[in-house]
Design a protein around this ligand. Structure first.
Ligand SMILES: Nc1nc2c(ncn2[C@@H]2O[C@H](COP(=O)(O)OP(=O)(O)OP(=O)(O)O)[C@@H](O)[C@H]2O)c(=O)[nH]1
Length: 565
């Protein structure tokens, strides 16, 4: 088990205790060992003393022998005095040796034998000296030469040698013992130091590991705290975005037209994702071009003002197309990307409903910004809402147009005329300008129907509708009043100008033919009555009545003409 885990604490305590016990044991063993070593040294010293004592005894005996021999040879009293002085020294040495060996019975026995031998040898020498003193030096020399008084000398030498050998053996054994003790002590001390050191090292490494581990845990905790804070911020941001998205979806439903919806979308994206920049595109009804209808933020990567759907991967594939870190760098052709520009991410979100492309959201932002995936998810949600709104607006517009336009001719219908004529009169009245109304009726249309059929009649009416559309200005109102009768409102147009315009219309209708069932049919002439505000009146109904009356007169006067009311 590693010593850095919390569960290893008892183990660490045990290791510490073992190290402490080992250190104490080393201390005790060292003291004990040193004392033993000192005792061993004393014994070695003692053996040396014994060996020296043996030598001392031999030397003292030799001194006695030598002084005795000198006395025999010289017969001088001084020599005898030296002899007499040397004798007690030899006895003292032998006694001292005996004392030294009291600890060792075997050696004591040998020392006692040696002492006895010394005493015997001294007795022999004493006998010779006595002989010399009583019978003369010559007699003593002769006795000595005859070997009398020499017997103990060899035995003494032999005893001394045996005792020395025994003491030397003891000395060797004590030396070895001391050496062994010293080596054991060294070994024990080394072991006793190394093991606690190893244990302490292990403990230290465990502590270091634990410190590292606690630091790493601290770091992890700090990181987790930071992530938690970031996730709280992100959660708040997401809930704020969701709330804004809900408000946006509600407001979108109230938009009157596409431009308004696009402008609001741009504002919402700029508010929710201020670090992004981009454009909203609307696809034309022809589906061949998408044009910029709104912009937001600072454009990170320029995109074309008008783009071909084929140039955008998102419009081609019908799904969002991303570039940037983790999504590759396959850019759409409508983007002007600088070579090596990899510090920006982009997304194109197609605006689609029921499989039909309606437009595009193009957004780019710096890679340094955070939460790209969240941003893209938000843009996709915005795209979905916007697509729905676009479909609704288109549907509403279609219904509005259908309710205001005549389906056969494409011109405004009578309802539209009635709703707008009054407004146009008031506008001209405020500005002090005239306004004219033309009532146009195709001549003998019943006959045309009868001759070529109702469908042919419809085709001719549609063609006349196109002619009127082409001949009128944006501010004019051309409408089908009913049947084969048309009304054209000409704001800011006086009677003379109206007459000229009416003549243009009459001659254009008079030249209008239609291809039906591989036959060219027509043209039919047309009669036109004119009423001009303010001369003819200021009420819409009055103007229409006057124009109708003028038309009636034109019919009565032979048709194919213009009559002012
Ligand atoms: N094909 C077709 N015919 C229509 C339509 N609306 C009205 N008509 C026909 O237009 C004809 C109008 O005939 P009239 O009112 O007698 O007028 P006209 O024959 O043009 O004679 P004048 O106006 O006096 O020159 C009728 O036969 C209607 O059936 C339409 O939507 N399509």
């Amino acid at each position: 088990m590693p010593l850095a885990t919390p569960r290893s604490r008892p183990l660490r305590f045990a290791a510490f205790m073992v190290a402490a016990v080992l250190l104490v044991a080393v201390g005790v063993a060292t003291v004990w060992g040193i004392r033993g070593f000192a005792r061993g040294a004393e014994w070695v010293e003692h053996s040396y003393q014994v060996i020296a004592g043996i030598g001392g005894v031999e030397n003292a005996v030799r001194t006695v022998e030598s002084t005795a021999r000198g006395y025999r040879l010289t017969d001088r009293p001084e020599q005898q005095a030296e002899y007499l002085a040397a004798v007690p020294v030899a006895l003292t040495q032998a006694g001292a040796l005996e004392s030294l060996t009291r600890d060792n019975p075997a050696q004591l026995q040998r020392a006692q034998a040696l002492r006895a031998s010394v005493e015997a040898r001294l007795a022999e020498l004493d006998a010779l000296v006595e002989l010399q003193n009583t019978q003369g030096a010559e007699q003593a020399r002769l006795s000595s030469m005859a070997g009398i008084g020499q017997g103990e000398s060899t035995r003494l030498a032999s005893l001394a040698s045996t005792m020395r050998a025994a003491e030397r053996a003891l000395l060797d054994a004590r030396r070895s013992d001391t050496l062994l003790r010293a080596n054991l002590l060294i070994g024990f001390v080394v072991l006793g130091i190394v093991m606690p050191l190893a244990l302490l090292g292990l403990l230290l490494s465990g502590l270091l590991q634990e410190t590292r581990r606690s630091r790493s845990l601290e770091r992890e905790a700090r990181q987790a705290m930071r992530e938690l804070e970031a996730s709280v911020v992100l959660r708040d941001r997401l809930s704020e975005q969701r709330r804004s998205l809900g408000v946006y979806a509600g407001l979108l439903q109230s938009c009157q037209n596409l431009d308004e919806a696009m402008a609001m979308t741009a504002n919402v994206i700029a508010e929710l994702l201020p670090h992004t920049g981009g454009r909203c595109y609307t696809l034309r009804a022809s589906q061949n071009l998408a044009e910029t209808t709104a912009r937001f933020g600072a454009e990170q990567i320029p995109s074309e003002e008008l783009l071909q759907p084929d140039h955008c991967w998102a419009l081609r594939r019908g799904q969002p197309h991303r570039t940037g870190r983790g999504h590759g760098h396959v850019y759409c052709r409508h983007l002007s990307v600088e070579p090596g520009q990899s510090d920006t991410w982009t997304v194109c979100v197609p605006l689609m409903a029921q499989g039909t492309s309606l437009g595009l959201l193009h957004v780019a932002a710096p890679e340094a910004s955070e939460g790209h995936d969240g941003d893209v998810a938000l843009l996709e949600a915005v795209g979905e809402q916007l697509s729905l709104a676009m479909v609704n607006l288109q549907l509403r517009e279609t219904l509005r147009v259908q309710s205001l336009r005549d389906p056969l001719t494409g011109l405004f219908n009578r309802r539209y005329l009635e709703e707008n004529l009054n407004r146009e009169i008031q506008r001209c009245e405020r500005r002090g300008l005239p306004l004219s109304v033309l009532m146009v009726d195709v001549d003998h249309f019943k006959r045309f129907n009868d001759e070529h059929g109702h469908a042919a009649g419809d085709a001719l009416l549609a063609k006349i509708g196109q002619t009127l559309e082409q001949l009128t200005r944006d501010e004019d109102i051309a409408c089908r009043y009913g049947g084969e009768e048309f009304t054209v409102v000409l704001p800011e147009t006086d009677g003379d100008s109206a007459r000229r315009r009416a003549e243009e219309i009459r001659s254009a209708i008079g030249a209008t033919t239609v291809n039906h069932l591989r036959k060219t049919l027509g043209p039919n002439t047309a009669s036109i009555g004119i009423a001009t505000f303010p001369n003819a009146g200021d009420a819409p109904s009055r103007l229409l009545e006057v124009a109708d009356a003028a038309l009636y007169r034109a019919k009565a006067q032979g048709r194919d003409r213009v009559v002012s009311g």
